[in-house]
Write a protein that binds this ligand. Structure first.
Ligand code: PLP
Length: 398
């Protein structure tokens, strides 16, 4: 059966070239990179090469700003809890984020609220765009941290994180800025060295490295209380024997992502636009949720009025088309997406909202198959929808 994988914001396939680079470190080059003999130095050198590749990918000034982690959830927890532990006082206990962050940020903020922090959650407009002035108006002398994602995993909206970081520092130069960069990595250019961003996290499995490896950028001179204590690995900022093969894979994935960026911005975008326009044209009940002016090239989120999202996914699955509703981390619950609720998507299409996310491995053939079959599925489901009159009115039913 044909399989059309359109869930690349949930995870991506490992690039063959990445796997090739990893294999020697799973086989003969297994030495602990902290040991003193020659083979250990091979591992240590490979890690440092990957550090350079990741630093280059993120436009960081120096490879020493890169700490390897197990995932972006670890990166977010390390930065957010680390800043709070290092800098919060009974008075300076204010932290800011947005309502549309990934659960790895939102859950950490909720945890810190229970520990006595005061948190402010900034909303978005109907297009999913953040109001920067509103955000800046909340920054006070007591604000120790602002966390804003670079690109949203559900809608693809890009947030102006460089401007936010610069303006936040003008109001309070002591406020630290953390950016969850997972959905920007490999999709738009990243340039941290000329920015005021203090911490930036990425995850390998979102750009064709394996699951279980990520990186946290820490701007030079930034202190934080490490989350993992133990040995002196990663300058004592993240203890634990480094995962050499996966780190090597992350480095190669970063190199390839940088090399393919132009392809993402042109070809992947062309395919995404083709899919989006094809579906919107075929169905009167299809409403675009990805309405932000700035958007990553691979993502579209479309709401199908009066149709149940879980059913759409099941029917698409039967055809070998894989997409998602909400984020993979929150699916399994029937709560509609917190991101779409924040941008006030009407309830008529909120429950039937589907995210399609492409990668550089997506083909024209696959997109044609999706354009042909998604409308068929929606029309079939219209027949069993309880909203017959509404769907007739929209011309989905005779
Ligand atoms: C996937 C994702 C994460 C979590 O990354 P893991 O490496 O799986 O922990 C964090 N933020 C965003 C925006 C994501 O899409």
């Amino acid at each position: 059966m044909k399989e059309v994988y359109l869930d690349n914001n949930a995870t991506t396939k490992v690039d063959e070239k990445v796997l090739e680079k990893m294999l020697p470190y799973l086989k003969e080059n297994y030495a602990n990179p902290s040991s003193m003999y020659n083979t250990a130095r091979i591992s240590a050198k490979a890690i440092e090469k990957a550090r350079e590749q990741v630093a280059d990918f993120l436009g960081a000034d120096d490879k020493e700003t890169i700490i390897f982690t197990s995932c972006a959830t670890e990166g977010a927890n390390t930065a957010i809890k680390g800043v709070v532990e290092q800098f919060s006082t009974p008075e300076n206990n204010h932290i800011i984020t947005s309502q549309v962050e990934h659960p790895c940020v939102l859950s950490t903020y909720e945890y810190l609220e229970k520990k006595g922090m005061r948190a402010t959650y900034i909303g978005v407009n109907e297009n999913g765009e953040l109001n920067i002035d509103n955000l800046l108006s909340k920054v006070t002398p007591q604000t120790i941290l602002v966390s804003i994602m670079h690109a949203n995993n559900e809608t693809g909206a890009i947030y102006p994180v460089y401007d936010i970081a610069r303006e936040v520092k003008k109001i309070n130069s002591n406020t630290k800025v953390f950016v969850d960069g997972v959905q920007a990595a490999g999709k738009i250019n990243i340039n941290l060295k000329d920015s005021d961003i203090d911490f930036y996290s990425i995850s390998g499995h979102k750009f064709h490295a394996p699951k279980g490896v990520g990186a946290l950028y820490v701007k030079k001179g930034n202190l934080f209380q490490p989350f993992m204590l133990g040995g002196h690995q990663e300058h004592s900022l993240r203890a634990g024997t480094q995962n050499t093969p996966y780190i090597v894979g992350l480095g190669e994935a970063a190199r390839l992502a940088k090399e393919s960026l132009n392809y993402e911005l042109t070809e992947v975008k062309r395919l995404r636009d083709k899919l989006e326009n094809g579906i919107l044209k075929a169905l009167n009940n299809a409403k675009l949720n990805s309405k932000s002016k700035e958007r990553v090239p691979n993502t579209t989120n479309i709401g199908f009025e009066y149709i149940e999202g879980e059913l759409i996914l099941l029917y698409l699955n039967d055809l070998g088309i894989y997409a998602s509703s909400g984020s993979a981390c929150t699916s399994g619950s029937l709560d509609p997406s917190h991101v779409l609720r924040a941008q006030k998507v009407p309830f008529t299409s909120l429950h039937g909202s589907i995210r399609f996310s492409l990668s550089r491995f997506t083909t024209d053939d696959e997109i044609d198959f999706a354009i042909e079959n998604v409308p068929k599925v929606i029309k079939k489901l219209a027949e069993i929808s309880p909203f017959q009159d509404e769907l007739k009115g929209l011309g989905l039913l005779n």
